[in-house]
Design a protein around this ligand. Structure first.
Ligand code: TPP
Ligand code: MG
Length: 1032
């Protein structure tokens, strides 16, 4: 019986065109008849003439073999016969062969297959490839333990698209316009089997790629070109050895520590050890692509390993610190130790050489236990580095953030940071996120800690690519870490790696995991570590000889032992808190001089004109034009400087002195209360203009930065804190919309700002403006919770600072007091004082955070104005030896500033207060004509407490009863902070000390304020009246 093929070809009356030329190259009828069965020649090699019977015999032979076993013939022939079965016409085959002969296609079947491929098949095939691109990661083998059983994905099954076993060896064409990777045009035609194999290898192997959510086709194509390579990418032997070496360090460092310190917590990396070779490869490649500085923020897990093996912190030091040795006081003359922190929170910085001979500066930020809190701090620091190094395209300074799986999914700050990642004044050109995913958070399983399939799903909202990788496949790990570096340097955007491993021990090493994850830990006990897995792989594939594998282990073991032995003699050095920019800055143990903050009048005027000048062709809003006119008028007359102008003068003069000023927060450009107008908008063209960017000729771009932020407190405050620790010559300010919103950023206040210097010896001059004041706006928006900030001030309420009159103005007592406190809390009542307190932040030899209760109604209060003279270098009052911030403002009746001023005996009462309530007290006092009877003192600085000045006032008013007046309820505000300090001051001046300081204010309340306007007004009137009523 003639074969189907021969019959069909013959039916055309002649052997069709090109197919008529078919003739076996090697296979002759004799050969076919011989005992040893010849290999069938691939169709594509068949070029000779085919006119005789032998050809058809050959064809028949082949077909017979194909019918009995399709695999016994070359796959091109199998495809050929299958095409025939599917009804491909003889003409089609003939034309295909013609094309092949003309060299237009690489195989006659290419053309045949294309012609044979129905439109439906093409579409289904594309759908299938797309399904792998979109969902392949759901079928990837990501869990080293293999216990995470994910349901099969039907869209990845060729049967879902109507393909059968029969189609596997058919060749298909996949080309699509504008598509890289497997679907790129011009790719070789492949059998379905080959296509499937590459798809599975690519998308369902040890790496799960998620990128199809990215709406930019260029970026997708860029990734596809790297992911969907025609052939699998292999590392060279040298590269494999490097990975092995780095993995050995990682694994053996942990096991060494485990052996030496059996009972210590170290939050080891075991189960995710391939993080280290991954990070090192990432940094090597990033350095080759221009990165000079890397700032890392990371949690507890694997921190010591990263310090030792990625940062290259000397192992001796790591071991010495692990043994808990504290820095030796007096080494290199420094006693600045702070209160310290546990070893897995400490930061450090090193210069690390890379494989290609470059050097990268690496900093690891200190961080608190609060997971993810360091994220935006890290970004802020990088952003500052980029500013100072003119890194305009942000490719020389790079942040890396490490995360735990539980924390990445659970902590909202992760989203806040991602949301900030592309904002013009917050972007850092991309953060690399590395999730060390050990599939458990303390004792909680993923199914109880997140609602999404992956812990990284939040990143997809921001269109970041996400690469999941099986931590046991070290080469795959290195591959995606390198891909992440390349992505960041190319697209300046965030990228996420989800390194999926396990946690070999409990949450820490002395914790029992079997209590809660018995099945997982049975699997872990049976599971080889990642180093063994990689060693086995290399030995099995024969790429590295056994001796070399052992040689690396022996070397690492020996070096670890040597370092351990040297650690005993290791002398801890002085606190490494000073980076180069901070040279010359003082620790709290070194006295720094107090400097004046007044500015020469001509500079003040120059700056004043500059900050009120708008371009000629600019059309401001009518009201803004008036504001600017009024400001200019203030400079011209030298009178009535208001809050907004005082601030602009502070910024402008600091800029003129070469400093950097950055103000960020919600709606800060205009100012929540429409008082700032730092950015003005052209009403015709819509363009924005910022006068403070043009204070002097040659001002650097961004030297003055004012930026509305995302609607986040936690994230943005963290960012500004990070920004502030990079370089001391910057006034960095975060302003809350209303002070009460600051509690959304409480972690930054508690864990970083108030305690960072004590824990990590890192100074920050960050300034925080918190609008505060009781205007009858209800429970929210009245209180910035002053009491909480005061409570966190670490000053001893009973300890008076050293008061040495001879050093009154050269630093003595004031220096020691302010330098040793953790932060300053102020509530200014005059524009000039605001000006000086801002300038004071930079005119010092140390840096301290400043928390300021910022005003609301004082912004436009007719009495809250200052003459320009109060900003100037030369004091109006000859008794004032220097113009600077007033920590206490005396009563208007007093002028003498001496230590022991003349007494004002007629005064029956002295009311101490802070903030805008002063103006209400003063107005009412004037109304009641009690100026000679009741003195009002303003405590502009609440912490550190101005003991010296309060004592002076106690001496001045020997007969006056002391009252504290405040708007806040008794359990809030400054009362409970001030009381012991006032008592101590009274005691020190020999006055009788009352058991309780008399109080005029709202009663204790659960809520910060009443919601009823009338009640507010009554309460306010009462507290003012009571304060002034000497019989009360
Ligand atoms: C904000 C915050 N809440 C709670 C904790 C207590 N805590 C410490 S580690 C941990 C589990 C973290 O899990 P994961 O993020 O997966 O990291 P892993 O320890 O598994 O590496 C928790 C809840 C914390 N440190 N920070
Ligand atoms: Mg975890």
């Amino acid at each position: 019986m003639l074969s189907t093929a021969v019959r069909r070809l013959g039916r055309r009356g002649r052997l069709p065109g090109a197919l008529a030329l078919l003739r076996p190259l090697h296979a002759s009828s004799q050969a076919l008849a011989s005992a040893a069965e010849p290999e069938p020649v691939p169709l594509s090699k068949l070029k000779d003439q085919f006119l005789n019977a032998t050809s058809s015999t050959y064809l028949e032979e082949l077909e017979e073999r194909y019918r009995s076993n399709p695999k016994s013939v070359d796959k091109s022939w199998a495809s050929f016969f299958h095409s025939m079965d599917m009804g491909v016409s003889a003409e089609t085959v003939a034309e295909a062969y013609d094309k092949f002969e003309r060299g237009e296609v690489s195989s006659p079947l290419t053309a045949a297959a294309i012609s044979n491929q129905t439109i439906q098949e093409s579409m289904r095939l594309l759908l299938m490839v797309r399904a792998f691109q979109v969902m392949g990661h759901y079928a990837s083998t990501l869990d080293p333990l293999g216990i995470d059983k994910r349901p099969a994905v039907k869209e990845l099954d060729p049967a879902y698209y109507g393909f059968t076993e029969q189609d596997l060896d058919r060749e298909f064409y996949l080309g699509t316009w504008n598509m890289e990777g497997f679907m790129a045009e011009g790719r070789q035609v492949r059998t379905l089997r080959e296509i499937l194999a590459r798809l599975r290898e690519t998308y369902c192997g040890s790496i799960g790629y998620e990128y199809m959510h990215i709406p930019d086709s260029e970026r997708c194509n860029w990734l596809r070109a790297r992911i969907e390579t025609a052939e699998k990418v292999e590392y060279s032997q040298e590269e494999k050895l490097r990975i092995l070496d780095r993995l050995s360090w990682s694994e053996m460092f942990e096991s060494f520590l485990a052996n030496k310190y059996t009972a210590a917590k170290r939050f080891g990396l075991e189960g995710c050890e391939s993080l280290i070779p991954g990070m090192k490869a990432l940094i090597d490649l990033a350095a080759d692509m221009g990165v000079e500085s890397v700032v890392i923020g990371m949690p507890h897990r694997g921190r010591l390993n990263v310090l030792a093996n990625v940062m290259r912190k000397p192992m001796e030091q790591v071991f010495s610190e692990f043994a808990g040795r504290k820095p030796v006081k007096g080494v290199e003359g420094d006693t600045y130790m702070g209160s310290g922190d546990v070893k897995y929170h400490l930061g450090t910085s090193y210069d690390r050489p890379t494989i290609s001979g470059k050097r990268v500066h690496m900093s690891l930020l200190a961080n608190p236990s609060h997971l993810e809190a360091v994220n935006t701090v890290c970004m802020g620091k990088v952003r500052a580095k980029q500013y100072y190094s003119d890194d305009h395209n942000r490719t020389r300074n790079m942040p890396i953030l490490l995360h735990g799986d539980g924390a990445f999914a659970g902590q909202g700050i992760v989203y806040e940071a991602l949301d900030m990642s592309q904002l013009p004044d917050y972007t850092v050109g991309g953060t690399i996120h590395l999730v060390v995913n050990n599939q458990v958070a303390f004792t909680t399983d993923p199914k109880k800690s997140r609602s999404s399939p992956y812990c990284t799903d939040v990143a997809k909202a921001l269109n970041c690519p996400v690469f999941h990788v099986n931590a046991d496949d070290a080469e795959a790990v290195v591959r995606v870490f390198e891909l992440a570096a390349e992505w960041r340097q190319t697209f300046h955007g965030d990228v996420v790696i989800d390194l999926i491993g396990y946690r070999r021990y409990g949450h820490n090493e002395i914790d029992e995991p079997m209590f809660t994850q018995p099945i997982m830990y049975q699997a872990i006990k049976r599971h080889k570590n990642a180093l063994q897995v990689y060693q086995d792989k290399l030995l099995k594939e024969g790429s590295v000889p056994k001796e070399q594998v052992r040689g690396i282990s022996d070397k690492v073991q020996k070096l670890l032992h040597d370092a351990f032995n040297h650690a005993k003699d290791y002398k801890p050095k002085k606190g490494d808190w000073l980076s180069s920019y901070w040279a010359g800055f003082m620790s709290p143990h070194q006295h720094s001089r107090i400097r004046n903050t007044g500015v020469p009048m001509d500079l003040l005027k120059e700056v004043g004109y500059a900050v009120t000048k708008l371009p000629e062709e600019f059309t401001p809003h009518r009201q803004i034009a008036k504001v600017y006119e009024a400001r200019r008028n203030m400079i011209e007359t030298g009178e009535g400087i208001d809050w907004g102008m005082a601030e602009a003068l502070a910024f402008g003069t600091l800029l003129a002195e070469g400093n950097h000023v950055r103000l960020s927060g919600q709606d800060v450009e205009r100012g929540t209360f429409s008082h700032r107008h730092a950015v003005v908008h052209d009403q015709k063209k819509g363009e924005a203009y910022t006068p403070l960017e043009h204070v002097f000729h040659g001002q650097r771009p961004k030297q003055f930065t004012v930026s509305n932020s995302s609607l986040s407190e936690y994230g943005v405050l963290g960012f500004e804190l990070g920004y502030s620790i990079e370089n001391p010559n910057a006034l960095v300010i975060w302003e809350a919309q209303f002070g009460d919103f600051a509690n959304g950023a409480q972690i930054i206040f508690d864990q970083f700002l108030s305690s960072g210097e004590a824990k990590w010896l890192r100074q920050s001059g960050l300034t925080v403006l918190l609008p505060h004041g009781y205007d009858g706006q209800g429970p929210e928006h009245s209180s910035a919770r002053l009491e909480r900030f005061l409570q966190m001030a670490d000053e001893d309420p009973y300890k008076l600072p050293t008061i040495d009159e001879s050093k009154w103005f050269i630093g003595g007592h004031l220096g020691s007091q302010i330098q040793s406190v953790n932060w300053q809390i102020v509530n200014c009542t005059t524009p000039a004082n605001y000006f000086h307190v801002l300038r004071r932040q930079l005119h010092r030899q140390f840096r301290k955070p400043l928390v300021m209760m910022a005003p609301k109604n004082l912004l436009r209060h007719p009495a809250a104005k200052s003459p320009l003279a109060d900003f100037a270098e030369q004091a109006r009052d000859k008794d004032i030896q220097g113009v600077r911030f007033k920590r206490l403002i005396m009563d208007e009746s007093s002028t003498d500033r001496s230590f022991d001023p003349p007494t004002q005996e007629d005064f029956k009462r002295v009311v101490l207060c802070s903030g805008k309530v002063y103006y209400e007290l003063a107005a009412e006092r004037a109304k009641q004509g009690k100026q000679g009877e009741v003195a009002i003192l303003r405590l502009e600085q609440l912490a550190p407490f101005p003991f010296d000045l309060v004592m002076r006032e106690m001496r001045r008013f020997p007969n006056a009863e002391v009252v504290w007046a405040q708007e806040e309820p008794m359990n809030m505000g400054a009362y409970l902070h001030v009381q012991p300090r006032l008592q101590r001051s009274m005691e020190a001046t020999g006055r009788e000390v009352p058991l309780r300081i008399k109080y005029s204010g709202r009663p204790s309340m659960a809520s910060t304020a009443t919601g009823f306007g009338e009640v507010h007004a009554q309460e306010q009137a009462d507290l003012i009246n009571n304060a002034l009523d000497v019989t009360f």
